[in-house]
Design a protein around this ligand. Structure first.
Ligand code: PLP
Length: 431
């Protein structure tokens, strides 16, 4: 079954230094390049439909979606029942977020009963990852203020990291390309090193009197291409936050909802968050939705603080679609499938690329893999696209160049072989 979409993606060489396309485009341009507000090279791909792990373009290409779009695709493309669920919920019209609707309640119940860690009973919906991480920063501050600790306002991030594109989340993260040009507008939040437990704890202790929270990606996404810290590191950070009642926020926008083979990425480590942030996979790529979840004791403190919603908090169509995405993940045991596929993906990548001249490191879990490069990532993304494969460009700070692989959880054996073969051919072709 194929669902028509109007998604248009850009990729290929030059993406990193791209400019707004619309600036130099003729007013009567009818090519896919007229799609504005997305930086990228001129060779825009127009995707008109999608099915399974394949994207179909207007000019007849079939592109293997090796990154689930932007790490959103988990149940695969073309699931009519997701659209049907959203359509059924959208007939009710708009309901202000302070009221409940059946779609909102159903999603909260499914999350609390089956997806969130024990004790996480409160959920705040948003329209995506950035709104969710930004809300988590706000939540940490509101929590401390409600406890009478007005001096606590900072949130420590990590270097490197990525948490979204609001000014708050750009500031708390450390992703040089995405911060460039905005520096004067960004608060200088403390940054923990990604792997050094002693140094990280020293920074937390140093700022403890003004720290409201610490935000971490359990496995780094686009900034570090799947950097994985040690268990000691996560234990030390968890303990330091507990000691000072600093809220530990796990940004699971990439790693959540089964991407690493467990429900949550933090479960891979002795990392115990107080606040859990998710986006991407919650809507499976079908709808824009994110969620911030926390424990009842923290939510109770916030009740006196007041926590302003967004206009589209709990949008009914999005909630119903997300509920269906989660139901499909459960029904088809897709998270266990990711856990089974993880070692197979690793074996294939290592065998094909372990000794490749352009490859520095291969790392990841489940269906979440980073390939650190000693050549230009844009060249690799472009060469892959020339072979009808989409891989995600990544890297910043200590990881200069990388590509990431994160296919939908329904990818089969032959498609996995195909993915690795196309990527290998792309890397071979890059000089
Ligand atoms: N947090 C992480 C870890 C991400 O990878 C991203 C996006 O890539 C975000 C937050 C922001 O999510 P969104 O792009 O949906 O706003």
């Amino acid at each position: 079954m194929v669902i028509a979409t109007t998604l248009r993606v850009r990729g290929g060489p030059g993406a990193r230094d791209a400019v707004w396309q619309s600036a130099d485009m003729p007013a009567d341009d009818r090519s896919p390049s007229r799609y504005s507000f997305v930086p990228g090279p001129a060779d825009v791909v127009e995707v008109v439909s999608a099915e399974g792990v394949w994207l179909h373009t207007a000019d007849g290409r079939r592109i293997l979606d090796g990154a689930g779009g932007a790490f959103v695709g988990n149940i695969g493309w073309g699931r009519r029942e997701v659209a049907d669920a959203a359509a059924a919920a959208m007939t009710g019209g708009y309901v202000v977020p302070i009221w409940a609707t059946p779609a909102r309640l159903a999603l909260v119940d499914r999350l609390v009963d089956r997806w969130l860690p024990d004790g996480f009973t409160q959920v705040f919906f948003t329209s995506g990852g950035s709104e969710s991480t930004d809300s988590a920063l706000r939540l940490a501050r509101a929590y401390q203020v409600a406890k009478g600790r007005d001096a606590r306002w900072r949130v420590a991030g990590r270097h490197p990291s990525y948490h979204g594109m609001t000014l708050g989340t750009i500031a708390v993260a450390s992703h040089s390309h995405r911060q460039r040009g905005f520096e004067p507008m960004l608060i200088d939040f403390p940054k923990l090193p990604w792997d050094d437990a002693d140094a990280a704890v020293a920074i937390i202790e140093h700022h403890a009197d003004t720290l409201a929270g610490v935000i971490v990606e359990p496995i780094t996404g686009a900034a570090g291409a799947c950097l994985i810290a040690s268990d000691d590191y996560w234990r030390a950070i968890t303990d330091a936050c507990r000691r000072h009642d600093i809220l530990l926020i796990a940004d699971e926008v990439m790693t959540g909802y089964g991407r690493t083979g467990l429900t949550w990425g933090h479960e891979q480590f002795p990392l115990e968050p107080d606040v859990l942030v998710g986006g991407k996979g919650l809507g499976g790529g079908y709808v824009p939705i994110g969620a911030v979840a926390t424990r009842a004791d923290i939510a109770e403190v916030l009740r006196t603080a007041g926590f302003m919603f967004f206009t589209f908090t709990g949008n009914d169509g999005a909630c119903a679609a997300a509920d269906k995405v989660l139901e499909i993940l459960e029904r088809e045991s897709l998270v266990s499938r990711v856990a089974e596929l993880g070692p197979q993906v690793e074996a294939r990548l290592r065998s094909a690329l372990g000794d490749h001249r352009h490859v520095v490191d291969i790392r990841g879990r489940g269906l979440f893999w980073g390939i650190e490069l000693r050549c230009s990532r844009d060249a690799v993304v472009g060469a892959a696209l020339a072979r009808d494969l989409w891989v995600y460009p990544a890297g910043s700070g200590p990881v200069a160049d990388a590509v990431m692989i994160a296919p939908p959880f329904v990818i089969d054996d032959d498609e996995l072989d195909d993915l690795v073969a196309r990527l290998t051919s792309a890397l071979d072709a890059v000089r």
